[in-house]
Each structure stands twice: as structure tokens, then as C-alpha cells.
Design a protein around this ligand. Structure first.
Ligand SMILES: Cc1cc2nc3c(=O)[nH]c(=O)nc-3n(C[C@H](O)[C@H](O)[C@H](O)COP(=O)(O)OP(=O)(O)OC[C@H]3O[C@@H](n4cnc5c(N)ncnc54)[C@H](O)[C@@H]3O)c2cc1C
Length: 300
């Protein structure tokens, strides 16, 4: 096995071109190998010293570029992420434990491509894109086009995710992420949902998106929510969000939950995510993460 440490982005890209696999925090790659789920790759390049990829910056057009090496701990405490992209802060605040959040990166979460990843649903609802870089150039892909199945994505082996990009926040918009969890730390989502809502001046829905966690081979967007545009976000609207989410989910049964239980619960999570996103869009401060603010999950 070969292991190298990249000091520059060019070194990392050259190592990938030569067949190495990147390791950022190692909280998926290394921990999975230790648990015997997948062997370590023959060649690994550590990218954690590329500190230029660990910043959050705002472009002239208002879009926000989150370097792939930004940790969950940094995201959940970042004032602008908390304020403008609250759903992402909700998700990062739920990842693992303080130790996991301090080493685990946004790029690692997204590129690990688990259908149970926490940041995927809010990022998809927020309309994120992913920047992929190789020695041959750079391309940007919509997040919804990145994942192809559990642990699989369209990025080539020599492409490094360098950033996740969020569109400029729209006025009177809010976002949220909630997950069903059996305990309050060191847990992965049984199911989850992220949502983004924009309100019109009269308080009706101007735009709405939502995405679901752990109910399909990848994170999936909820289709058909445009039918709610122009309507108030009342009980009837929230009930139809829950019905659409449950109807579109295609979950599996495993030792953590049955498919029927997941299908039912993801509707409730979607309803709560949309409700929280709508309240945030209306200016209400709901603390990060919504899971704790709403009392979701077992007591400590
Ligand atoms: C105890 C524990 C609890 C956890 N709890 C949660 C949880 O609640 N929610 C959750 O979503 N996850 C959880 N995780 C999983 C993990 O912590 C996150 O997915 C984390 O964000 C992974 O980031 P990393 O930098 O450690 O990734 P790594 O392990 O370094 O990499 C993961 C994968 O992505 C690839 N990769 C990493 N960075 C890049 C890049 N920039 N470009 C291209 N490919 C890249 C690697 O080659 C590897 O295949 C948990 C893990 C542990 C060990």
C-alpha cells in the first residue's frame, strides 16, 4: 500500500491521476476499513493539509462556495451558514459526535455518497452544485446528477471535489433538515428530510423544494411540490407534503426499520422540515439543529 500527503492541490490532483484515492477526515474511508466493510485502497493521498479548500466564501453574484475540506464543526458554527443556509447547519450539527464533526468534511460526506448522509437532503433542496477538479480541468455538476447509487457517483477516479456551491439566498426564504434518530449522537438517519421554502409578500408559498434521506438508493428530491405555490403553508399543505414524500419513498427493510415504517416516518420528517423552513422564511429564529428545537429523538 502507498500513502502520500499532498501539500498542494496540484500534488493531490497528480496523485489522483496516478491512481490514488483521496482521504480527507477518514471518518468514512478509514472507519469502514477498520470495521471490515471495505478494504483500504492500495494507494491513498491525504488531502487534509490543503487548507485553501477549508474556507467558506461569497462570490460577487451572492453564491456561496464551501471548500470541500470544511468540517461539519465549522459549518454548524458558521454565522452565515446558520443564517442563510440553516438546513445545512442543521445537518452538520447532527453528524456523529464532536470528534466526528471535527474531522469529517462536507466533501467527504457528499462524495461518500451514502443515501443516509445528513448533508445531502438540505444541499439538494438548496440547489447545490459540486465542483470537480482533475489535472484535465474543472467541471461543475448539479448535486442531483452526482449520485448514482449507494456509495456511487459520476465523478471519475481522478476527480477531486474541491467545493460545494450554493446559489445566492433568495429574500424571505428559509431551509431546514430533520431526521428520525433512535438516540441523540453517534447515530445515522433512520430517515430524514431537508426543505427550502420561499414566501411571497402575502405569506403564501413562492417556491418550495424538499429532499429525502435514507428512503432510496440515493438522496432524492420530492417531485410535485410546485402544486403548493400560491397556497398558504397551512395544515392541508403540510399534509400533502407528507403524503407526497411517503408516496415517492422506496425504502428498504433492514435491522433499523421496516420499509413501511420508513415510508410513514419520512412523510412526517418532510412535513416537519417544510414547516421549519417556512417558519424560518417568515423570520422566526429556530435554533440549530431543528431536531433539538422540535424535541425529535430520544431524550439523553
Ligand atoms: C462514529 C461516526 C458517526 C458518524 N455519523 C454520521 C452522521 O450522523 N451523519 C452522516 O452523514 N455521516 C456520519 N458519519 C460518516 C462521516 O463522518 C461523514 O460522512 C463525513 O462527512 C465524512 O467526511 P471525511 O472527510 O471523514 O471523509 P473520508 O472518510 O476522508 O472520505 C469519504 C469518501 O469520500 C472520498 N473523498 C473525501 N474527500 C473527497 C474529495 N474532496 N473529493 C473526492 N472524494 C473525496 C474518499 O475517497 C472516500 O471515498 C459518521 C462516521 C463515524 C465514524
Amino acid at each position: 500500500m502507498s500513502f502520500s500527503i499532498a501539500s498542494t492541490l496540484d500534488e493531490a490532483l497528480a496523485a489522483l491521476a496516478a491512481g490514488a484515492r483521496p482521504v480527507a477526515g477518514g471518518s468514512d474511508l478509514v472507519v469502514s476499513a477498520r470495521h471490515g466493510k471495505a478494504p483500504l485502497p492500495d494507494s491513498i493521498v491525504a488531502i487534509d493539509r490543503l487548507t485553501d479548500l477549508a474556507h467558506v466564501t461569497v462570490a460577487d453574484d451572492g453564491s456561496v462556495r464551501i471548500g470541500a475540506l470544511t468540517t461539519h464543526a465549522a459549518l454548524m458554527l458558521h454565522p452565515m451558514i446558520i443564517d442563510a443556509y440553516s438546513g445545512l447547519a442543521d445537518a452538520s450539527a447532527l453528524v456523529g459526535s464532536p470528534a466526528t464533526r471535527n474531522v469529517g468534511t462536507l466533501g467527504g460526506n457528499v462524495m461518500n455518497s451514502s443515501p443516509a448522509m445528513d448533508t445531502g437532503a438540505p444541499l439538494l433542496a438548496l440547489g447545490a452544485t459540486v465542483e470537480l477538479r482533475s489535472v484535465g480541468g474543472t467541471r461543475v455538476v448539479a448535486l442531483g446528477d452526482l449520485w448514482t447509487g449507494p456509495g456511487r457517483h459520476i465523478a471519475a477516479a481522478d476527480e477531486l471535489c474541491t467545493a460545494i456551491i450554493l446559489p445566492a439566498r433568495v429574500a424571505a426564504s428559509g431551509s431546514a433538515y430533520v431526521r428520525l434518530e433512535y438516540r441523540r449522537s453517534m447515530e445515522i438517519a433512520v430517515v430524514g428530510a431537508g426543505a427550502c421554502v420561499t414566501l411571497a409578500a402575502n405569506g403564501t408559498v413562492a417556491a418550495i423544494t424538499a429532499a429525502l434521506t435514507a428512503v432510496a438508493p440515493t438522496i432524492v428530491a420530492v417531485e410535485g411540490l410546485d402544486a403548493l405555490v400560491g397556497h398558504p403553508l397551512d395544515d392541508a399543505a403540510l399534509a400533502s407534503v407528507a403524503a407526497m414524500a411517503s408516496a415517492q419513498a422506496t425504502p428498504i427493510t433492514d435491522l433499523r426499520a421496516s420499509d413501511a415504517y420508513r415510508r410513514h416516518c419520512v412523510g412526517i420528517m418532510a412535513r416537519r422540515a417544510v414547516e421549519a423552513a417556512g417558519r424560518r422564511a417568515a423570520g422566526e429564529i429556530i435554533s440549530i439543529p431543528v431536531n433539538r428545537a422540535f424535541g425529535i429523538g430520544a431524550a439523553r
